[in-house]
Design a protein around this ligand. Sequence first.
Ligand code: AQP
Length: 330
Amino acid sequence: MNRVFSGIQPTGSLHLGNYLGALKRFVEMQDDYECIYCIVDLHAITMPYDPAELRANTREVTAGFLASGLDPERCVIFNQSQCPMHPRLGWMLSCLTPLGWLNRMTQFKEKAGKKREQASLGLYGYPVLQAADIIGYHATHVPVGEDQKQHLELSRDIAGAFNRQFGVDFFPLPEPVITGEATRVMSLRDGTKKMSKSDESDYSRINLNDDRDTIALKFRKARTDSEPGVTYDAENRPEASNLITIYAALADTSRQAVVDDYASAQFSDFKKALTELAVEKLGPVGEEMKRLMADPGYVDGVLKDGAERARAIAMPIQDEVEEIMGFLKA
Ligand code: AQP
């Protein structure tokens, strides 16, 4: 059986990178797979945070899921803290994961930066909890952006380590699904950094709830180079190439088709066309998010129902894990 699991952290506003790298895939996959989509609030506390903001962001990300086209009747939508499997299995898997594997994780190095000694144990163990999130549902496919590739490989290694250690064929090895034109959307201010919720500059990203004027302003101010034409060259024109990638992904076409279409245009005209396209595609998502945010009772109801369904799938698997691992249930 094919089952999809993926998650997004409620650490701030959803942005175009989350949308093109993850959410758009989530929506496409709900037609063909049994899908479980999670607002990973336990991951969101691995860095310093504010409890009131966590609560608000959890509702906002849920609203973003729904506004992007996820149907709570067809897929399970819930917040991670409401299913006890995650921390429970996370702990058990952490006891099977060698430190050497975690020491290779580049996301920890980037996020901890120079303050490594102050970084939390949770941030270090983040990829193990992520492995539990996925394999605790026996998920087979995981749609993610390019930045999550290394963590997904670790999830496969951990699933394999469990199977080998206990001599079972219990956890399927999950397949990353990293597809589409925009698997790594870059910052609008620096084409070598990925677009991120936690970037200090709001001008570095397009948020799903930005209005038309804000989208136009951010694309107008987006850094480019002095070359006038529309050509794709990720190495020498990273910022311009990023905007071409964004256009291609929003229009569901290829980068080459975009370059061909704008072969004789000035880059400034291309930016205007990109703004129009982004407003056309994201405007309705932002509007729907606003409508849903005004109805927190509905959003909470979706999460409550999703959590019940998530627990019904995960807890029997967790029981089997505990049986395999030798925990006595007297
Ligand atoms: N720039 C991006 N391009 C393509 N995909 C992206 N994703 C994130 N940024 C980009 C994908 O979105 C999903 C959810 O990401 P997340 O919120 O769980 O964590 P993240 O990757 O750490 O995202 P951010 O925005 O950078 O959050 P912060 O700033 O809080 O760390 C994942 O599938 C991810 O690949």
